[in-house]
Write a new protein. Structure first.
Ligand SMILES: Cc1cc2nc3c(=O)[nH]c(=O)nc-3n(C[C@H](O)[C@H](O)[C@H](O)COP(=O)(O)OP(=O)(O)OC[C@H]3O[C@@H](n4cnc5c(N)ncnc54)[C@H](O)[C@@H]3O)c2cc1C
Length: 453
């Protein structure tokens, strides 16, 4: 993939300005001027400082209010109430991804896992600004957004993932656009889940294609959970057809005995699992997915392309150039960006081979909050492993799940690997109830709000 410049990023993040298009900006400095409102057709208000109360202590700016950013915002103030914490998030409402497969099949409604950023900020005692971050100057310690700029003492970059459609053979931006609109992956917070739910509600039977990408993608078990729940939906609604699960990997990547058993025992007539499917392209007109040797036609689909870290990291010049997923170039034990002791990158943007999942981002967020608060006081913090807990529902109404629980270890020469792994692959009601209870506990931990029940 070619290097992404600020102009590409602005277009992709939906804040492309007339200046960037009409002005034909070429270099970083001129693009920055346009972002900051100094170009011929500036972003309204982008050259001003975002109006904020005067900081009482060191200011920590957090980019991205997902599981990672929300946890760090809240727990920084628990660690050190004198800090001034500002969360910059582009969305007005938070949508929790983990329970969203149950939402797709109508098991819960949107309000159940959607939360208000205003309320989360009030509960946590920090400042929330709805703004899209467009760049940062790490030397002068300023973050630029479509709403203005803000100076920081400490910066946390937690913008999550982006999709890489090029990795499934789709290079034409028009096809990428249509794929994302018409056959969304549903692996990023926003409107994709609503579109997928409506798609399923209107599905009258036939072939539903669901896919798993290669690499360290977001939430390893979630695509297989989705296949189970869509098959269950078809079974419960007596729809004729099947889910064809196209997996880029040679086998199910996690909890494989449990998922294989569910596919065979619960959904023998409804699920066709295809491993080692090397994606080569998608034709949206004829509704066909291609691999090197094969093609599969569908009536409906959710296409999950390879993931990569948010493109914002490349704009900020903090992405690893040697990683295919372009994750943040950080010290794995402190999360500090190489060369900047006051800038951290966390959550699914990190390069370490941890599960890109909510419990991992949440437990890691507790640690990073402690580490930053200690650094403010000039103290070091010993590395703690994140904790991965991942429930997967294989049937709903009533809910029954399987699960994995693991930590990580570091060995010189070998790097990071799973440790203390506990797997429960026989689905049951108690794990189904555990899934809901876990989701509520994390939501309540990151937003400070009561569970909805
Ligand atoms: C269907 C599904 C099922 C899942 N199931 C589980 C599960 O059972 N268990 C589990 O542990 N995990 C699960 N996960 C994974 C989990 O949701 C993610 O790994 C976790 O949310 C990652 O947190 P994050 O903060 O790194 O990223 P995100 O939660 O994606 O947050 C990133 C935030 O940054 C914001 N942002 C991005 N760019 C900008 C910008 N330029 N300016 C301002 N804001 C920006 C985004 O709007 C977003 O709010 C699941 C995910 C999905 C989609």
């Amino acid at each position: 993939m070619s290097h992404l410049d600020r102009r590409d990023f602005l277009k992709l993040s939906g804040v492309a300005t007339a200046a960037t298009v009409a002005g034909g900006l070429s270099g970083c400095a001129s693009t920055q001027a346009a972002v900051a409102g100094k170009g011929s057709a500036p972003v309204v208000g982008a050259d001003r400082n975002i109006p904020l109360p005067k900081p009482g202590g060191d200011r920590v700016v957090i980019v991205g209010g997902g599981v990672s950013g929300l946890t760090i915002a809240r727990y920084l103030l628990n660690e050190d109430p004198s800090l001034d914490v500002v969360l910059l998030e582009r969305n007005a409402t938070y949508q929790f991804c983990p329970i969203s497969n149950l939402y797709l099949v109508g098991g819960i409604d949107l309000g159940y896992f959607a939360r208000s950023y205003q309320e989360a900020a009030k509960n946590g005692g920090y400042i929330y600004v709805q703004a899209t971050v467009t760049d940062a100057d790490l030397e002068s310690q300023v973050v630029y957004t479509d709403q203005g700029k803000v100076a920081y003492d400490w910066l946390v970059v937690a913008p999550g993932i982006d999709y890489n459609y090029g990795a499934i053979g789709v290079e034409d931006p028009a096809v990428m656009y249509r794929l994302r609109q018409e056959y969304p992956a549903g692996f990023m917070p926003g409107g994709e889940h609503i579109a997928l739910r409506n798609k399923l509600a209107g599905f009258e039977g036939g072939v539903f294609v669901n896919t798993t990408p290669p690499g360290n993608y977001r939430c390893l078990p979630a695509p297989y959970e989705r296949t189970c729940l869509i098959a269950d939906y078809m079974k419960k609604h007596k729809l004729k057809g099947k889910v064809i699960h196209l997996d880029a990997n040679p086998d199910i990547t996690i909890k494989k005995e449990g998922f294989h058993a569910a596919f065979e025992e619960l959904y023998g007539d409804y699920v066709e699992y295809v491993p080692s499917f090397q994606f080569d392209g998608v034709d949206v007109e004829s509704k066909t997915v291609y691999s090197t040797f094969d093609k599969v036609q569908f009536d409906e689909a959710s296409i999950y392309p390879r993931v990569r870290a948010s493109r914002l990291l490349e704009v900020m010049n903090i992405a690893r150039t040697d990683s295919p997923q372009k994750e943040a170039d950080i010290d794995p034990f402190t999360y500090a960006v190489k060369g900047y002791d006051n800038v951290f990158a966390t959550g699914d943007s990190r390069w370490m081979p941890y599960s890109k999942s909510a419990n991992t981002a949440n437990s890691e967020g507790h640690f990073v909050a402690q580490l930053i608060a200690n650094r403010v006081k000039g103290r070091d913090t010993e590395w703690q492993s994140p904790h991965t807990i991942c429930f997967s529902m294989v049937t709903y109404d009533p809910e029954e799940s399987i699960m994995v629980d693991a930590e990580y270890d570091f060995e010189k020469g070998k790097g990071f690997h799973f440790a203390n792994v506990k797997l429960e692959q026989d689905w049951n009601r108690s794990l189904g109830e555990g899934t809901i209870a876990w989701g509520e506990a994390i939501l309540s931990d990151i937003t400070g709000g009561a569970a909805r029940g």
